[in-house]
Every structure is written in C-alpha cells, then in structure tokens.
Write a protein that binds this ligand. Sequence first.
Ligand SMILES: Nc1ncnc2c1ncn2[C@@H]1O[C@H](COP(=O)(O)OP(=O)(O)OP(=O)(O)O)[C@@H](O)[C@H]1O
Length: 249
Amino acid sequence: MIETRGLTKRHGPTAAVDGLSFDVWPGAVTGFLGPNGSGKSTTMRMIMGLDRPDAGTARIGGRPYGALGWPLREVGALLEARTFHPGRSAYQHLAALAAANGIRRSRVDEVLDTVGLTGVARRRAGTFSLGMAQRLGIAGALLGDPAVLLFDEPVNGLDPEGVRWIRNLMKSLAADGRTVLLSSHLISEMALTADHLVVIGQGRLLADTSVAELTAGGRALEEAFFELTGDSAAYRGTDAPPAAERGRL
Ligand SMILES: Nc1ncnc2c1ncn2[C@@H]1O[C@H](COP(=O)(O)OP(=O)(O)OP(=O)(O)O)[C@@H](O)[C@H]1O
C-alpha cells in the first residue's frame, strides 16, 4: 500500500502539496484527481523519491522509497513518457533497466508483449510517437512485477484501442491484488476504471471516497468532481475566442 502523512512541498511561497494524508489500498484502482496545478504530479514524485518533501512522509509498503532494497521490484511508475535515451531501442532500454535491478532478461520480452511493442522493440525509442513512448514507460513500470504501481496520465497520447487497453490493464493489476494509483483528467475514463478516488485541490485533500459513493443517486462523476473542486481550479479558460480572431471568422 501507499501511505502519505502530512506530505508538504513548497515551491517558493506557494505550497504545491499542503499537508496531504491519504492511503492507497491494494486490490483496487485508486484514481487521483484534481485540477491543473493541484499537486498530483508533485505528490507522485515525492512518493517515488524524486522530490524531497518539506514536511511529512510518503511510504510504500511501510517504507520510504529510499529504503526499498530493489525499488523497481517493489514499485513501478510511469511519471513522464520520455525518460529513455532516444538512441536506445525499446528492448535495449528495458534490458538495461532489468540488468540494473536484478530482473531476469526474459521479462523484457514479456512486458514488450503486454504493452504491444514487440514489433518495434528494435527501433530507436527516440522515433516513437507519444502513445508509443507511453507504452514503453508502462513496460518499464511493469518490468519488476511490483506490488505497487503509479501512473500519471497514462492515457495521454493513446489511441482509442490504447485507452481501452489501459482501462483493462489497470483493472487486472488491481484484481491481482496490487496497489494502483492512477491520475487522469478524463473523468469519463476514471468513472469506468477506478474503484476509489482521492481528489485534491491546491495541494489539499478534498475527498477520499469510493466512486460508488460519489456517484450515488445517479449523479455523474463529472458533476461530483466540479462540486468538489469548484473553488480550487487555478486556471480557467473562457468559451469565446479573443475578439481580433472572431472578426476574421
Ligand atoms: N519544479 C517546480 N518548480 C516550481 N514550481 C513547481 C515545480 N513543479 C511543480 N510546481 C508547481 O506546483 C504546483 C503543482 O504542480 P503539479 O505538476 O504537481 O500539479 P498537477 O496536479 O500534476 O497538474 P497537471 O494536472 O496540470 O499535470 C503548480 O503550481 C506548479 O506550477
């Protein structure tokens, strides 16, 4: 499981994450929702030991990331798509990760197959489209067969087949008894994929509840999300294009 307690990260005067405490349980997909800039990525980076909290703790299976013996075998994460060397092939990238983490080489072919990249495994990963890069990142997360998985916007750039594939993959990882934390702005997808939701705004916890509870009485998840986050959206556009452009249309 994942546990955060009083997790806080400041960038200058603003707190990107502000005293955040929540648990992510095994055997379920937990959706991580919040408006742009609400602190989701920063929280995930602190869980993965990539950002140091100013206060509070994040633990994976009871230990901070830095205390994990073979991190990739205990927790896998897709945080940014293009974290590979562009000159390496997908196969080489995963084989290097496997070697560095004491993972058997044959596992590379298995995860390439899972993410559908077997046919392009020898191509330079630098030539991959965004969706292909996302698939490679997911392969890296799955490589160590970890019990805990974090995915930050995994459907970003994926085609409709890929979106459905992600949905089913998340569900089957949870059905295996793994802990799955998934961020996405696609609320309709979240409604289909997640069992539980952690909703944040301006770095603070707004809700920690089941999807069933939020959508009780037939309420759409999107509606519940706007009710929860209404006051905390930092960036809001308008429907009308700027006047000069409108004149030209
Ligand atoms: N390295 C950084 N330096 C300064 N500010 C940062 C840094 N990283 C994040 N922030 C700020 O922290 C806040 C939270 O950002 P974060 O990326 O965690 O939000 P998010 O919920 O993942 O957003 P999005 O949905 O847009 O991806 C934002 O105000 C952002 O500008």
